[in-house]
Design a protein. Structure first.
Length: 384
């Protein structure tokens, strides 16, 4: 059955491939985005590796290629009247909420960025909750959280909840959360907002605790430069794997923050799309905050560096790693054992990080080698 899918933040790294994927499945898609990410990249001079066409041009190209229409509205979801009208007019079955300030370093730059992150992320989520309540309480909200909400506790990480026995009595609570940045703190607060309104108003919510996503290739974007999603490799918006791969191509050492034992759960962008599909096909129930951990493999920073070095050397790049002072306040060696049973149960077939996958991304980066600016990789934002 055709679904009406509203994608908040649909111009972003994950939102755009999600829009293409949902459109190619025959669903009706509306994107809302306010270009925050493009504007912030320009303001902090941390451009993506290659130029990205405007959202207008992107959807025109998609229409020409596939004869499918993706609707767009440029606007800020922190503007409640705007969001409410859009939701009222489009009547979505499902809303995928990507529209947040997504960078930990950005949130730690200073007071201006901290205030923006807090307001943008929390008011956006609150407005979405109210818009759904005002229009159709049965709309399924799929919200992007992060594995970073859990931090790195010295116990196994469950999916969302933990059963506690205390003085002979039992209760189930949200799993204890320990953020490592203000950005991650806003994700925890989003979860708390959703948990509250799920209980009082009976919303249907899936909160996805996602790990860092890598990859550039999906069925819809494959081999088509006009449709490619953004690729950031800078200290603010880039992820560690992107930074390492760009450093390998630029011929500079891969910079490992501190001891490099920081371990996280990662996933291929193909699996973000698959997980969203599975969440849409298996919606949360009314009054349910369903929390699913969304990653497929765990790696330490050192392990990622070693994988990139092996792949880079196999295609003739001469690469090594070096240690630099960690700009963040985080544990550099720790226990890490998160559960990811939920999506397995729903049928996820993971796409793993293989040498082939890394080499394919390296080849893409090589095409844009003359655009690389290694200066923007060095960390300037410090936690303390
Ligand atoms: N990319 C990852 O590895 C990753 C990992 C875990 C969680 N997430 C979460 O997934 C979501 C999407 O991440 P991404 O990497 O695609 O980020 P992104 O910055 O590329 O995309 C977010 C989009 O939302 C838009 N936006 C932000 N605030 C808005 C507002 N108030 N109104 C309208 N549009 C707004 C931005 O312009 C941007 O296009 C974020 O919530 C992020 O925290 C991402």
């Amino acid at each position: 059955m055709v679904k009406r899918v509203l994608i908040l933040g649909g111009d972003g790294f994950l939102g755009w491939p999600t829009a293409l994927h949902q459109s190619s499945k025959g669903n009706e898609v509306l994107i809302i985005d306010n270009y925050f990410r493009r504007n912030a990249s320009a303001e902090y001079k941390v451009h993506t590796l290659y130029e990205i066409p405007s959202l207008n041009d992107r959807v025109k190209f998609w229409k020409k290629l596939k004869n499918r229409q993706i609707l767009i509205e440029i606007g800020d979801i922190c503007d409640y009247e705007f969001l409410l009208n859009s939701v009222r007019n489009f009547k979505p079955d499902v809303i995928i909420h990507y529209a947040e300030q997504p960078s930990a370093p950005y949130s730690m730059i200073g007071h201006k960025e901290a205030t923006f992150t807090l307001k943008n992320n929390l008011i956006g989520t609150l407005n979405l909750i109210f818009a759904v309540k005002e229009t159709n309480i049965n709309t399924h909200i799929i919200k992007l959280g992060t594995m970073g909400e859990y931090g790195t506790p010295n116990i196994d990480i469950e999916e969302g909840y933990l059963k506690i026995q205390h003085n002979g009595r039992n209760e189930e609570f949200l799993f204890p959360r320990q953020a490592g940045s203000l950005y991650h703190t806003t994700k925890i607060q989003d979860t708390d907002l959703l948990y509250f309104y799920v209980r009082v108003w009976g919303l249907k919510v899936t909160d996805l605790m996602q790990g860092p996503v890598y990859g550039l290739f999906t069925d819809e974007m494959e081999d088509c430069d006009e449709l490619l999603t953004a690729f950031n490799y800078d200290e603010i918006f880039g992820t560690v794997l992107n930074r390492f791969m760009v450093q390998a191509v630029a011929g500079v050492p891969l910079t490992v923050y501190g001891k490099g034992g920081q371990t996280r759960g990662y996933l291929n962008i193909l699996d973000t799309l698959n997980c969203i599909d599975l969440a849409i096909q298996n919606p949360a129930n009314s009054s349910e905050l369903r929390i699913l951990n969304q990653f497929t493999q765990t790696f330490s920073v050192n392990a990622l560096a070693d994988l990139v070095i092996e792949a880079a050397n196999s295609i003739g790049l001469n690469t090594k790693k070096e240690t630099i002072v960690n700009p963040r306040k985080e544990m550099e060696n720790h226990y890490y054992n998160p559960s990811a049973k939920g999506f397995k149960k729903l049928g996820l077939k993971p796409n793993f990080l293989t040498q082939e996958v890394i080499c394919k991304i390296l080849q893409k980066i090589i095409r844009f080698k003359n655009k690389i600016n290694v200066e923007i990789i060095q960390p300037k934002t410090k936690w303390t």
